[in-house]
Design a protein around this ligand. Structure first.
Ligand SMILES: [Zn+2]
Length: 282
């Protein structure tokens, strides 16, 4: 699943279309099989002729802002990705096209390809209404914020609702830090030398700050690596990210820890995998 860094890299790539005029936003024939897109072509006709002013990232969401009131909320879901292609040969590059954004006076086209169909591409009346949409409204600190606000992070983590929970569970809560998913949760905890099983109230202030720094360092490094390509993620030009090459624990159950040689464990927390070293992380 794309996490904050993969969405950020997608955004960096899509920025070349900011300021461009939209020819059309089309819902593909294939997407008509799914309720969320079925019969909704009319909804997007108002974007024809508008200018894409800006795309913003909020946690793992992208918000497309135009020179008209309506905005589009986009989430990549489990396997969604944008593909940039030449208009003539895009069909070979996409197997599950759901949305096609065609720009005026550009030889390029962008396609939202979503194999597992958990992604979102939804119109909202205006920017205010999308900001009020609960999953956006409740987003916590952006994990990619620079400098990452360690004091705020500590304050938020000390909320009562987290105190008796394991840190490995809490880190996936997007209302705490937005943009962390399974991969960077495990990697950040390893970097901070904190066990995912540690109960939040037992974390010392110094450890919390160390964790905050580790989250920031891990996410920033991931953006620089163009994200992690574990299964499906590719950037809009079809290139793989390389962050998986420096992962220390994620996906490495049974392999030896690079630091101490002990076997890396995989456990399940809230139905999600967590990978860690029982010796390096306390
Ligand atoms: Zn180790």
């Amino acid at each position: 699943m794309p996490e904050g860094p993969e969405v950020e890299y997608t955004l960096i790539t899509l920025k070349e279309f900011e300021g461009k005029k939209i020819k059309s936003i089309k819902i593909t024939e294939l997407s008509q099989k799914y309720n969320k897109y079925k019969g909704k072509q009319d909804i997007f006709t108002e974007f024809s002729g508008s200018i894409l002013n800006k795309i913003e990232r909020h946690g793992k969401f992208l918000i497309w802002i135009f020179n008209i009131q309506s905005v589009i909320l986009n989430h990549l879901g489990m396997s969604g990705k944008w593909i940039i292609s030449n208009k003539n040969d895009y069909k070979d590059k996409t197997k599950h096209p759901k949305i096609i954004v065609n720009f005026d006076e550009s030889h390029k086209i962008t396609i939202f390809d979503d194999t597992r169909n958990f992604g979102q591409f939804r119109k909202f009346e205006n920017y205010e209404s999308v900001m009020k949409y609960y999953p956006i409204k409740k987003l916590g600190l952006d994990g990619l914020m620079l400098p990452f606000p360690l004091e705020n992070f500590e304050e938020k983590l000390k909320q009562k609702k987290y105190s008796n929970k394991e840190i490995g569970r809490v880190l996936l809560d997007q209302t705490l830090v937005a943009g962390i998913g399974n991969i960077y949760k495990s990697e950040s905890l390893f970097l901070a030398k904190i066990s995912p099983l540690k109960i939040v109230k037992n974390l010392k202030s110094q450890e919390i700050k160390k964790l905050g720094s580790a989250i920031s360092e891990t996410l920033q490094k991931a953006v620089k690596s163009m994200g992690s390509s574990i299964r499906t993620y590719r950037n809009p030009y079809g290139e793989e990210g390389s962050a998986q090459k420096w992962h220390k624990v994620y996906g490495k159950a049974g392999k030896k820890c690079e630091k101490c040689g002990l076997e890396i464990f995989r456990i399940i927390q809230d139905k999600r995998s967590t990978f860690y070293c029982n010796r390096c992380q306390k």
